[in-house]
Design a protein around this ligand. Structure first.
Ligand SMILES: Cc1ncc(COP(=O)(O)O)c(C=O)c1O
Length: 450
């Protein structure tokens, strides 16, 4: 099992042949889920005591298991938040797997950490964070939000003598579900600030909520969203930042989806205020074209995160005393895959201009989709997209009709788009992250609602 012998050679051929064939697919099939009963019937019990011939197991994956997974890189994938990894990043993911790198500490992974930190620096520069900023790659926006708010609460607890019975975090009502989760895990409470029809948390609303609150000093942090998940709007980061500064609150920006657009000059200004963030998260596995799972977590003052996250033990002390930069110090983790490397490789190979061009292109695709929907007599655009989430309605349709439409669209492999609830109303939603999404896909979605 651990020697590179003839059997391994055969497995290598199978895996590389499959990977290359998958990477060459054009178009990538959308595919979709099977039921448990269907999978049991087709795949059965896959693990045995004796093992099975690798070609049989690979065939099972290629013919049954893989097609039972939606291809998030298909340009027809418009549901949730899709992905669109570059081929270079996907291929380098294979290299990372083959390299058995421990990415938690400088001592064990200095080369990888060095490269990852340059990719993080590119993001920090886009956001306008100071030279001292730094962080690490974590598994996703949820892990990033949790780690950042742990650092925020530890900082507040250290600095303040008046500890409240329950700490609180101010968030807009459009904040991602992971924030409610994070706040619950921290045994804190949310101060949910309502947003208006533009779905945007603005400074004035935050100020009003804090002023009206009977216990504002229990709030230790405020989260602004740089691209809400449901409708793609950007909070008033500047207004939120100034209130955070005025009241000594930690300012976290959840840009898991949208902060990628900092690389796009056409919309960069809409994120004004992000440069004041104490921490931010942006997911390369979303709109920075990296494979799962990869989120960039950055702190203005990484020392505050280090104080919160460094693990102490006899067997770790040697690391603590001598190392340059240990990613394990900056989030809730110890062992970690060097998951920033596929993103780094693709950035290094293609250059950052190619990223800017691809993100601008995606913004254009979303604008074009919105125009096509708006021009369709049977549909109504909810509003012009600020980033790449498009919401629209089919007047007269019930929630059931939206659900049936969405399911059928996937069954027919025309696209995967889902309804959502916007201001209490069921509407259709599509998220464009793939710079190769042709207008015909949007036209087909429009036709499917006739
Ligand atoms: C704004 C925002 N924050 C956080 C998350 C959670 O990210 P992840 O799914 O990578 O944990 C998402 C996911 O869509 C998101 O859109």
């Amino acid at each position: 099992m651990h020697r590179y012998d003839a059997g391994t050679e055969e497995i290598a051929q199978l895996c590389f042949d499959y990977s290359i064939a998958r990477l060459r697919m054009d178009p990538v099939p959308l595919d979709g889920p099977l039921t448990l009963a269907e999978l049991e019937a087709r795949a059965g019990k896959t693990i045995t005591r004796e093992g099975r011939p690798p070609e049989d197991v690979m065939a099972l994956f290629a013919e049954v298991l893989a097609p039972a997974c939606v291809s998030n890189d298909s340009p027809k994938m418009l549901a949730f938040i899709p992905g669109a990894p570059t081929k270079a990043s996907q291929l380098f993911d294979v290299v990372v797997s083959a390299s058995a790198i421990y990415g938690g500490s400088w001592m064990e992974g200095s080369g990888a950490v060095y490269a990852e930190n340059q990719a993080l620096r590119w993001v920090a520069d886009l956001a306008g964070l100071p030279d001292a900023a730094g962080g690490c790659f974590v598994s996703g926006g949820s892990a990033g939000n949790l780690s950042a708010l742990v650092a925020a609460r530890e900082t507040a607890a250290r600095r303040r003598s008046d500890r409240p019975a329950r700490w609180r975090v101010a968030i807009g009502d459009q904040a991602h579900s992971s924030l409610e989760n994070t706040i619950r895990i921290l045994d804190a409470l949310p101060l949910v600030v309502p947003t208006g029809d533009d779905d945007r948390l603005d400074g004035a609303d935050l100020r009003a909520a804090l002023d009206a609150d009977p216990d504002p000093t229990s709030v230790f942090a405020v989260v602004g969203t740089g691209g809400t998940t449901n409708s793609g709007q950007i909070d008033d980061l500047e207004g939120i930042a100034s209130i955070a500064r005025e009241r000594g609150l930690w300012f976290h920006v959840d840009g898991a989806y949208g902060l990628a657009a900092l690389a796009a000059p056409s919309v960069h200004d809409r994120f004004r205020g992000v440069e004041h963030a104490d921490s931010l998260v942006v997911d390369p596995h979303k709109w920075l074209f990296a494979p799962y799972d990869c989120a960039a977590l950055l702190y203005r003052d990484p020392e505050l995160a280090r104080l919160a996250h460094t693990q102490h033990a006899a067997y770790l002390d040697a690391i603590e005393v001598r190392d340059e930069w240990n990613p394990s110090d900056y989030a809730y983790h110890l062992t970690r895959r060097a998951r920033g490397l596929p993103f780094w490789f693709s950035l290094a190979v293609h250059g950052t201009d190619a990223y800017t061009a691809a993100i601008e292109r995606t913004l254009g695709i979303a604008q074009d989709a919105a125009r096509r929907i708006d021009a369709s007599p049977h549909l109504e655009l909810v509003r012009n997209p600020e980033l790449t989430v498009v919401l629209w309605r089919r007047p007269g349709w019930s929630t059931d009709q939206y659900t049936t439409w969405s399911r059928q669209l996937l069954v027919d492999q025309r696209a995967f788009a889902m309804p959502t609830t916007w201001r209490g109303e069921t509407v259709a939603r599509a998220v464009f992250l793939n710079p190769e999404c042709p207008p015909e896909i949007v036209d087909d979605v429009i036709a499917s609602m006739q």
